[in-house]
Design a protein around this ligand. Structure first.
Ligand code: CS2
Length: 493
């Protein structure tokens, strides 16, 4: 058995190493949500920035729910391997930008100290869509969420993301520390504006002066992040050990492609993330919409149709002729709803996505992408569907994706296997669909009526509703495979 990865000594020459002296660099970033995506994306850009330009930008990671990442990465001094996998082979890189990881359930006071430290100049986040605790109907705080209710009652002992941000800012102000930048890196439209609104709404309930201080001294730029990163598996860890000769319990695997577009609006400086290829722009919105509607929208469609058709991974669905046709169609229909995106030719972007989805070396589970549909579909499917409806463009792809999701929500495969619906609104979905598993019209009506799921104008658009129902009838009566085949070749089947 190999030794654990704890230092950079004697690693094979084939493994790329941090290009800077870790001991010499102080911490400047606190990152909430140190999952695989953060380790494959922002931490890599920060590693590149530290190598090219130095600065005190080491990352203190924070896990808000579990102790797993802290327990796997801290014994490795924060070091971990990023495996980049493509058809041509695998390359390995050890990343050194994470100094340590705190587990909030175990050490909440240290997390608050890190947030309040004057040296902390950026607090970045990858906490998933549902992590923000917002109410999609209003865009404000979801006051029905238990963690938000609890944090408003006892703000000094937070558990939620917004609660932690606010408690950290309260301490900063009390000790006279300067403002900072809160950098959301989740797949949500206007993610910076959203987190700003949530923080201010929360704070206004506690202390109006503090709200003014935050509005003046804290910046909330929006970002678009992109790198397909499947959850780490035993296979990832075994592969990392093969590549580095070390046991690495915090390794991640990802694809070669990586993109980060950031609004250039920072309160107290930032790392030279351009060193890793980040693009700084005045407005992220066009990039964000493109990515959410094309990449993530197509991903969700592949996830529901693919999972139900028995494709375990995205790449398996991409190897299926009819599914490929449907992915291409989805990308075309989503692209039609976009304004021009500076520097990007949308058909080229779509072609690149086809290749990325088909990457034979990336085992991205359809079931992983399928989770949290109520949090993802509004920006991925329903907003572009509304734009298409209002412009008189085809609705088929959006209706197809929605119908497949409705079928998925029933929680049972065609051969009768039950699976858990992992979604924060699972209970509401179960209540809405109860007893309707054979009634396409009833299912559509019940789910379309759920609060805050769909823009009202879309839920009331008869052509969209009917297009979803027609497809759901076909799925329920003829089966998922037949529905996919029919959708891909409407004139021949
Ligand atoms: C995926 C994303 O799980 C999902 O919902 O669509 O995580 C996707 O892989 C990333 O956004 C790619 O950048």
């Amino acid at each position: 058995m190999s030794a654990r990865l704890t230092t950079l000594d004697d690693l094979p020459a084939t493994v790329r190493m941090p290009g800077f002296e870790r001991r010499e660099r102080g911490a400047g970033i606190v990152h909430l949500g140190v999952g695989a995506f953060h380790r494959a994306h922002q931490a890599v850009y920060t590693d590149d920035a530290l190598a090219r330009s130095g600065g005190e930008w080491m990352i203190t990671g924070v896990s808000l729910r579990s102790c797993d990442v802290a327990d796997s990465i801290n014994p490795q001094s924060g070091l971990y391997t990023v495996l980049v996998r493509a058809g041509e082979g695998i390359s390995a890189r050890v990343v050194g930008s994470i100094a340590t990881v705190l587990a909030a359930p175990r050490e909440p006071a240290q997390v608050l100290d890190a947030l309040a430290a004057p040296s902390t100049r950026i607090v970045s986040l990858t906490v998933t869509e549902k992590g923000y605790g917002f109410d999609p109907a209003s865009g404000g705080l979801d006051r029905t969420r238990p963690e938000i209710i609890a944090d408003l009652a006892t703000p000094a002992r937070p558990t939620s993301v917004v609660g932690y941000l606010v408690a950290g800012l309260v301490r900063r102000r009390a000790r006279g520390a300067p403002g900072l930048t809160v950098l959301s890196c989740d797949n949500l439209p206007d993610n910076g504006g959203l987190v700003r609104r949530l923080v201010l709404e929360f704070v206004r309930e506690l202390d109006r002066d503090l709200a003014d201080w935050i509005a003046e001294t804290v910046r909330f730029p929006s970002t678009m992040v992109d790198r397909i990163t499947p959850a780490t598996s035993d296979e990832t860890l075994a592969e990392a050990e093969r590549a580095t000769g070390r046991v690495d319990k915090a390794a991640v695997e990802t694809e070669p492609f990586s993109q980060w577009v950031i609004e250039d609006d920072f309160a107290a400086g930032r790392p030279d993330w351009e060193a890793g290829g980040a693009l700084f722009v005045a407005s992220v919105a066009p990039y964000e919409k493109m990515k959410l509607r094309m990449l993530n929208g197509a991903h969700s469609m592949i996830a529901y149709a693919g999972f139900l058709a028995g494709h375990v991974h995205v790449r398996d669905a991409m190897a299926h002729g009819a599914m490929r046709v449907l992915v291409e169609r989805h990308l075309r229909d989503a692209a039609r709803t976009l304004e021009p995106v500076p520097g990007i030719v949308l058909p080229d972007y779509a072609a690149r996505l086809m290749e990325r989805f088909a990457n034979p070396a990336i085992a991205h589970r359809t079931e992983q992408i399928a989770m949290d549909g109520t949090q993802k579909l509004p920006q991925r499917i329903f907003e572009p569907a509304l734009a298409a409806y209002e412009a008189g463009w085809p609705l088929d792809s959006f209706a197809f994706a929605t119908a497949m999701w409705l079928r998925f929500v029933l929680g049972r495969t065609e051969d009768g296997r039950a699976y858990a619906l992992r979604d924060p609104r699972a209970a509401a979905l179960a209540a809405a669909t109860d007893g309707k598993s054979g009634d396409a019209g009833g299912l559509v009506d019940a789910v379309f009526e759920l609060d805050g799921l769909m823009p009202g104008r879309l839920a009331q658009a008869r052509p969209f509703r009917d297009a979803v129902e027609t497809r759901l009838v076909r799925i329920l009566e003829k089966g998922v495979d037949a529905a996919i085949a029919r959708e891909a070749m409407p004139c021949r089947v």
